[in-house]
Design a protein around this ligand. Structure first.
Ligand code: ZN
Length: 308
């Protein structure tokens, strides 16, 4: 009887350990909403981007991005950072999108610098008399006319401030395509395995990519608005969060929420100095990090509500 009891206790202990093992396996750790951020310093190498009086967009974008990476390590240590470039190299945007997709990033942040064409001016400085001829042969006449003289000059555009872009809502088809092609990259491995055998036009796959496209658009828009709000708080002029159709192909080619930050105008002498200064670059990074913290917090709040 005693032996039977001991065996029973032993058995129930095994069952308990076994069950807790099974439970451990079946209940994974709560998902972290923002595990990996891909930072893309705009342009590079032969593609210099916009040019100011003494500096190039590609160099400023890289300097800000490297600073951002360093500061993010300290400020949000549980988030991994992936860089699309760390040196002055040129990569096609398709290569940059591939880096982001293969890294399975949760967020794509492009750092750029804005540019506006100079303003053209003119003023009347005087007049002079011009001689000209009319008619042919004997009828040829010598005539004069009064001509106004102008002075032409240009000044740098007065445009200044920040803009944050997300892909245009009209481009959702392209985003959906990127999501369908990278389906196994952003789904958890179990679902990915199950969905792998479905053909890309399968309704289940299409539904998932539609839902994800909407979710990513919403997240990108929220982050863009937050970034512009934080820029305003430190006294920068915010030219608002915007949707753009051209020149931001990479934003819809990545299977994750994505924003492109125009950190200031290189064409504005005052802002060119700011963009090149240690303090200016630091302030820009601080603004982005504060925004990312707010974004991360709101995702985690959504997730904890969703789990209940
Ligand atoms: Zn650019």
């Amino acid at each position: 009887m005693k032996r039977y009891l001991a065996a029973l206790i032993m058995l129930s202990f095994c069952w308990f350990v076994g069950m807790s093992f099974v439970q451990d396996k079946e209940q994974p750790q709560p998902k972290q909403a923002l595990r990996k951020i891909v930072i893309d310093p705009g342009h590079g190498g032969s593609d210099g981007g916009a040019r100011g009086k003494y500096s190039s967009e590609k160099d400023i974008a890289l300097a800000i991005s490297l600073k951002l990476e360093q500061m993010l390590h300290d400020e949000i240590p549980d988030v991994e950072i992936v860089m699309t470039r760390r040196t002055d190299v040129f990569d096609k945007v398709i290569a940059k999108a591939n880096i982001a997709n293969q890294a399975r990033g949760d967020l794509f942040v492009c750092i750029h610098v804005n540019d506006a064409p100079p303003q053209h001016h003119s003023e009347v400085v005087g007049h002079h008399t011009e001689t000209y001829y009319k008619g042919k042969g004997k009828k040829r006449k010598k005539l004069t006319r009064k001509v106004t003289d102008y002075n032409y000059w240009t000044t740098p555009s007065s445009a200044k401030g920040t803009e944050t872009y997300i892909y245009g809502v009209q481009k959702t088809d392209a985003k959906k395509e990127a999501l369908s092609e990278n389906m196994d990259l952003y789904l958890d491995s179990a679902s990915a395995k199950e969905l792998k055998d479905y053909d890309p036009n399968d309704p289940t796959k299409m539904m998932i990519s539609t839902i994800k496209t909407q979710q990513y658009f919403q997240r990108s828009a929220n982050l863009a608005l937050t970034i512009e709000e934080e820029f305003q708080k430190v006294g920068r002029i915010s030219r608002q969060a915007q949707q753009r159709q051209k020149g931001i192909w990479v934003l819809q080619a990545v299977a994750m929420p994505a924003v492109l930050i125009e950190t200031g105008f290189i064409s504005n002498p005052e802002e060119e100095d700011y963009l090149n200064s240690e303090d200016g670059q630091r302030e820009i990074c601080e603004v982005i990090i504060r925004s990312l913290k707010r974004y991360k917090y709101s995702l985690e709040k959504q997730m904890s509500v969703g789990n209940k």
